[in-house]
Ligand binder design. Sequence first.
Ligand code: GLC
Ligand code: CA
Length: 548
Amino acid sequence: MNFKNVTVYQIYPKSFYDGNNDGIGDLPGITRKLDYIRGLGADYIWITPFFRSPQRDNGYDISDYRQIEPMYGTMADFDALIKKAESLGIGVMLDMVFNHTSTEHEWFQKALKGDPRYLDYYIFRDGSPDEPPTNWQSKFGGSAWEYVPHLKKWYLHLFDKTQADLNWENPEVRGQLKDVIRFWKSRGVKGFRFDVINLISKPAVLENDLTGDGRRFYTDGPKVHEYLKELHREAGLDDVLTVGEMSSTSLENCIGYTSPREKELNMSFSFHHLKVDYRNGDKWELQPVDYRKLKDILETWQLGMQTHGGWNALFWCNHDQPRTVSRFGDDGAYWKESAKMLATLMYLMRGTPYIYQGEELGMKNAGFDSVGQYRDVESRNYYNILTQKGLSDKDALEILSQRSRDNGRTPMQWTDSRYAGFSENEPWIGLSEDSKGICAERQQNEKDSVFAYFKSLIELRKNEPLIGEGNIEFLYSEREDIFCYRRSLGNREMIVLCNLTPETVYGDFAKLLTGMSGRLGNYPDISVQTDGRLRPYEAVVYQYKAAF
Ligand code: GLC
Ligand code: CA
């Protein structure tokens, strides 16, 4: 399984392309846009859940793992998608949400009827209605427990109350989930992304958390490595690409999840580098990006995984995150430069890139300014929590405008026409305010567009083995204003040098790059001046000419 040189493109189907003009993206829409993805150079697409679901959490609340939610299409549409993808050499990865199901899933419905077999599929605890079994908090706000009066029991939900956590202790549950993998594999699926997979193993005895929200008890829980090994072995994950989403995880655990000798997963998503603008670790308290911290985290994870043989998924954003350029770059004056710089910095490191729809165009945050524009369950819950805490409407909306997951969920911008060419009818969620300026159609024809740059980056990864296979070493670690590393393999070498700031910065870069030539850069002329100057947000990639 070669996963080191490939690039994955993430699709959020609801917002990607609407094939039948009902305002909601769908599977036929994806099929029609596969040529675009091939044009970009991606090898895999990861499609977030389109299974049967009441859509409380946009499909992460699954009520049937083997059926397709009708608004996304039919099984025949899925088969057609696979067929077209295969013909283009694109592998399809699906999103397996195995920590929980929707409370509308048949299993939960049977549990609600008191069937002991299915009660044991979930985490139910007896108790009085006025006191939940533990003080654990849901990641979407409020208690992680919901009371079912007629059963006189509580059930655990680490996310929305309609997302009940599965009981992985029960071998029958694990068996069911393996079957789901086999089912989709047999339909031609070539990879899986496992949703919050490091939360599946809860301790046998659940206790109050006197110092936190409970996560320390179930994050990278007692049997998680054992369960992943079993899944790998018995569901047949050897010949597909696998990535686990790891919530609040540790480097040590991710080494375990991804070291080939452990036979668990190919790679992991970790999120520490996306919390460097949280105040005291709180997503809902604003703070400017701490670039010092960002550098430290990326370096620690890169070197840690390298030393111990683990593998990172490389990413800046996804459907749960604000837009990269608005968050880490400058989406005004240096929009184009900073979007390209951030891509250079991230995607030439050691790991596998995941590009999220619209990122390759430099799409920006949504710019919503009223609560009615938000669709996301987490955003709406937190709007209420924040205003109940006493924040003004204006302050709560300011926080949402920077932190809401909907920033990344506005419709993909295909053209300059009405609804950005996403649909001919009003989309289920409003367009981003940048939708008049940024679109795929135009960028595909422009030589210096963000799209063209992403394309070059992906191509470079493919043609230059040292990016997938080589060693990484960080330079200028002590400097907060630049990010720089050397990649090497045998006698081949590459230097990636990025200015993280809107200012011109200086250093002994000319010396560092002696004898090398620019291979890629985000300014029309790739050249580090002899005075060692790097322009605002400049990114350059240097190699010895003989190696080009
Ligand atoms: C993951 C998904 C997110 C979802 C959550 C619960 O973090 O990426 O969208 O809300 O899991 O399934
Ligand atoms: Ca549709």
